[in-house]
Ligand binder design. Structure first.
Ligand SMILES: Nc1ncnc2c1ncn2[C@@H]1O[C@H](COP(=O)(O)OP(=O)(O)O)[C@@H](O)[C@H]1O
Ligand SMILES: [Mg+2]
Length: 251
């Protein structure tokens, strides 16, 4: 891992919970501007890997960001360094407007007042939330609440963002909208994305590359079409009929 290694990279990552190996010797990387899909059955270890990449979970092995070893860094330090996440369940700041949610997140990652305000305005526009800037965030309908949750992770132009099931509970139209918005993120800012999702319709169109895990181990990685056609992936996750559809495991 040299300083020139521009990637968010997990190497030899292992996580054990009492009696259970949640992740075993995982190698995963995403480059600036790349969208990596992380898929696998319920309980495969996807959220645990998200926690590892963003400082929420102790582990064996290393995590590096653009050549900097960040193993053991706190979530806050990592988020200031430019590695962010969203949660499976949106956690908006209650009692604040949409704009205030964005500004508070920007202040939280170390931006000054003026920069936080500018970042908030920029994201309101990029995520079509400008007209809702003054609305209490927790009063938003579900789809917009999720959209704001993603916008909030992007304040201050992070290097990498891990999105844990961003399309969960969205209808087809909302999911398509999300696809367009997420597709624009690397183009606008060079940010690298890791997207965990069961919606294969979304994943196949969104991602540059897929990484499949099953029972905490890497099962396959590569171009979406190759991964979808991989017999081991079909057996463990997709099922012979399911390619191209939402895979109905949740968790
Ligand atoms: N804090 C924890 N303590 C014990 N076991 C856990 C903990 N978090 C997750 N697990 C277990 O680790 C495995 C992977 O879980 P998770 O990463 O949530 O999977 P996924 O997100 O792919 O559904 C599961 O068997 C889960 O029950
Ligand atoms: Mg999960």
């Amino acid at each position: 891992m040299g300083k020139g290694d521009r990637a968010l990279r997990a190497s030899g990552v292992t996580v054990r919970f009492a009696g259970l190996t949640a992740l075993e010797d995982i190698e995963l990387s995403v480059r600036p501007g790349e969208i990596l899909g992380l898929i696998g059955p319920n309980g495969a270890g996807k959220t645990t890997l998200t926690n590892v990449l963003t400082g929420f979970q102790r582990h064996a092995g290393t995590v590096a960001v653009d050549g900097q070893d960040v193993t053991g860094w706190s979530p806050q330090r990592l988020s200031r360094f430019g590695v962010r996440r969203t949660f499976q369940n949106v956690r908006l700041f209650a009692g604040m407007t949409v704009a205030q949610n964005l500004e508070a997140a920007a202040l939280g990652v170390g931006l000054g007042r003026a920069a936080a305000h500018r970042s908030s305005l920029d994201l309101l526009e990029r995520f079509d939330l400008t007209e809702l800037a003054g609305v209490e965030a927790t009063a938003l309908p579900y789809g917009l609440e999720r959209r704001l949750g993603i916008a909030r992770a992007l304040v201050g132009e992070p290097r990498y963002v891990v999105l844990d099931e961003p399309a969960a509970g969205l209808n087809e139209e909302e999911s398509d909208e999300l696809l367009t918005r997420l597709r624009a993120v690397p183009a606008e800012s060079g940010c690298g994305l890791v997207v965990i999702e069961h919606d294969m319709r979304l994943i196949m169109r969104l991602c540059d590359r897929l990484h499949v895990i099953d029972h905490g181990r890497s099962l396959a990685a590569g171009a979406p079409a190759d991964v979808r056609a991989d017999p081991a992936v079909i057996e463990a996750y997709l099922g012979s009929e399911a390619a191209g559809e939402t895979v109905t495991h949740h968790g």
